[in-house]
Design a protein around this ligand. Structure first.
Ligand code: GDP
Ligand code: MG
Length: 368
């Protein structure tokens, strides 16, 4: 037995590479040896980390970059939720555009529905979910349609049901979060993005547009778009876009991507370019045509085909790239870190800051 005990002087060295010669000596207050492991906070004393500020160099591969692959695998397995709301008065091409964006009939209020289908005249909220899979990644897409928005003669407070819906989703998430036995993965029904359709009048925003965006821009990511832009000439379109931007600024309406949430200069430069182009003037279509030997989504007119994905014809491709290819994750993060967080803080404050919200509920409801 005694031979298994190694005397301290011959104990093998821990499997930690030697300290590189240029790494600063440990400070006299540091309680541990030169390896820096086991207590010291100086990052530059941990060999192999290559901390740029400390001037260390990599001595060997650790593998920290594999986190990206690990995250990719997890995301592939779990999939993700993306919830998009469409608002604007009926007939502006909302359903068509969402179908164009996701290249399928994801919106059941599409123009493809029978003409006998009546559009409800009050703001009803319809959420329809689909699972879309591409390259092995599953997205549960929920389209929240608000047929009837702004269709009344008196549209006073017609954003109330929409605002209520958005807050209800935050509340649902919060209740799940404060549950003692909470789910490993809380189903996310929060609205990540609200596409607001502006009528292509060529004049200015309507009072209702301004009121809606003013009320809702603090609780949800609003992306204004100019609908049916094929009905305007190029000059009219550019002038209208300019005027809408000015009006939004005058009324202090912060749409997505909000200036104040730019992470760094790179983010700011990229987002500035996008903000200068907004609101995107789009055209939607779920019909394909043959153009120069290729099948393209478009709208056939007496003068030719308006190609939806052709950047010379409209800004649909810009919107698609922005919404899905570059900012989808950010939309989710801003929803979670800013809008939901604001709701959560207010709700917990109102609640005394201490008591879980679920205590307000009946026990049965709490455990349901
Ligand atoms: P919603 O009521 O806002 O959902 O509008 P729909 O998507 O049902 O479209 C209403 C009508 O407008 C349909 O006849 C569509 O074919 C047409 N439409 C949709 N998008 C466009 C567009 O970008 N330009 C033009 N000119 N018409 C469109
Ligand atoms: Mg519709």
């Amino acid at each position: 037995m005694s031979e298994s005990i190694v005397p301290p002087e011959v104990r093998p060295k821990p499997a930690v590479p030697a300290k590189p010669p240029h790494v600063a000596a440990p400070s006299p207050t540091a309680p541990h040896g030169p390896s820096g492991l086991g207590g010291g906070v100086g990052v530059d004393r941990v060999p192999g980390l290559g901390h740029s500020g400390g001037g260390s160099t990599l001595l060997g591969y650790i593998g920290i970059d594999t986190i990206i692959e690990q995250m990719r695998k997890k995301t592939m397995k779990a999939g993700f939720d993306f919830n998009i709301m469409i608002v604007g008065h009926s007939g502006l091409g909302k359903s068509t555009l969402v179908n164009t964006l996701f290249k399928s009939q994801v919106s059941r209020w599409s123009s493809g529905w029978g003409s006998e289908h009546k559009i409800p005249k009050t703001v009803e909220i319809k959420a329809v979910s689909h699972v879309i899979e591409e390259g092995g990644v599953k997205m549960k897409l929920t389209v929240i349609d608000t047929p009837g928005f702004g269709d009344q003669i008196n549209n006073e407070n017609c954003w109330d049901p929409i605002s209520k819906y958005i807050n209800e989703q935050y509340e649902k998430f919060l209740k799940e979060e404060v549950n003692i036995a909470r789910k490993k993965r809380i189903p996310d029904t929060r609205v990540h993005c609200c596409l607001y359709f502006i009528s292509p009048t060529g004049h200015s925003l309507r009072q209702l547009d301004i009121e809606f965006m003013k009320h809702l821009s603090r609780v949800v990511n609003i992306i204004p778009v100019i609908a049916k832009s094929d009905t305007m000439t190029l000059d009219e379109k550019n002038e209208f876009k300019h005027r809408v931007r000015k009006e939004l600024e005058t009324h202090g309406i912060e749409y997505y991507p909000q200036n104040e949430f730019d992470d760094d200069m790179e983010d700011k430069n990229e987002n500035d370019k996008i903000r200068e182009t907004m609101p995107f003037a789009v055209v939607g279509s779920d019909k394909e045509f043959q153009v120069n030997g290729k099948r393209v989504l478009g709208r056939k007119t007496a003068w030719g085909v308006v190609e939806v994905e052709n950047p010379n014809h409209c800004e649909f491709a810009l919107l698609r790239d922005f919404l899905i290819r570059s900012h989808l994750q950010d939309l989710k993060e801003v929803t979670h870190n800013i809008h939901y967080e604001t709701y959560r803080a207010r709700r917990l404050n109102d609640n005394g800051g201490l008591h879980p919200i679920s205590l307000n509920l009946q026990p049965k409801e709490f455990w349901d």
